[in-house]
Design a protein around this ligand. Structure first.
Ligand SMILES: [Ca+2]
Length: 216
């Protein structure tokens, strides 16, 4: 009976630990496609600190440029993915660094994965990402102004509250870049097990081995 209980407990832990969550993007307008775009004639819209012109996002630092990245009027890029027309350029030409943030709903204790595309037209670029108490810098060597490659970056984090704030801050770049697109936060499908869960699983398996030996 004890063994059945232990096995049931182990199975329950495994189910809870590796359960596949609904993969919905918690970030709204993660591709920066929606908002009040005001083309200044150069293929970008200059947004000042505090601007909410890009729907669901708040501009910080010293502002940023909201760029057209595809089509004949693209200021740079010409490489929008999946029909993407716009991307955010946290240009360092406007010191101090530009930033952009969004606050979104999270479940405390749940592990999430942030992913985003990083581009570095012309200049070596780097962006610092902060979320749920974590902070990490992602860098990319300068590429061609046009058709620059996108680099997909990821960061896993565990939410501590009902809401989390994601912040991107430029830490390196020129008058273009770092450029961001396709921001996504989804519950991790294969979360790394918590140490306490692994200890419980280990204890259950050891007990099972001893019980089998004793029986034999
Ligand atoms: Ca986009």
């Amino acid at each position: 009976m004890k063994t059945i209980s232990l096995l049931a407990m182990c199975t329950l832990c495994l189910c809870l630990t590796f359960a596949t969550s609904v993969n919905a993007n918690q970030i709204m307008n993660g591709s920066f496609e929606f908002g009040s775009y005001n083309n200044n004639g150069g293929g970008y819209s200059r947004l000042t600190p505090g601007s909410t012109a890009i729907t669901n996002w708040v501009v910080g630092g010293n502002g940023l440029d909201w760029h057209i990245i595809d089509g004949g009027t693209a200021h740079f890029g010409r490489n929008g993915l999946n029909g993407s027309q716009y991307a955010v350029d946290l240009s360092l030409d406007y010191s101090p660094a530009g930033s952009i943030s969004q606050t979104f709903a999270t479940t405390p204790g749940t592990q999430y994965q942030l992913s985003f595309l990083l581009g570095a037209p012309q200049f070596d670029s780097a962006v610092n990402v902060s979320v749920a108490g974590l902070s990490q810098t992602f860098s990319l060597a300068g590429q061609s102004q046009y058709d620059f490659p996108w680099q997909k970056e990821t960061l896993n984090f565990i939410a501590s509250g009902s809401f989390s704030t994601l912040l991107f801050e430029s830490v390196q770049g020129g008058y273009w870049g770092p450029v961001l697109d396709n921001v996504s936060v989804e519950a991790a499908t294969n979360p790394v097990p918590e140490p306490s869960t692994m200890l419980l699983l280990g204890a259950g398996l050891i007990s099972l081995v001893f019980w089998r030996r004793k029986k034999a």
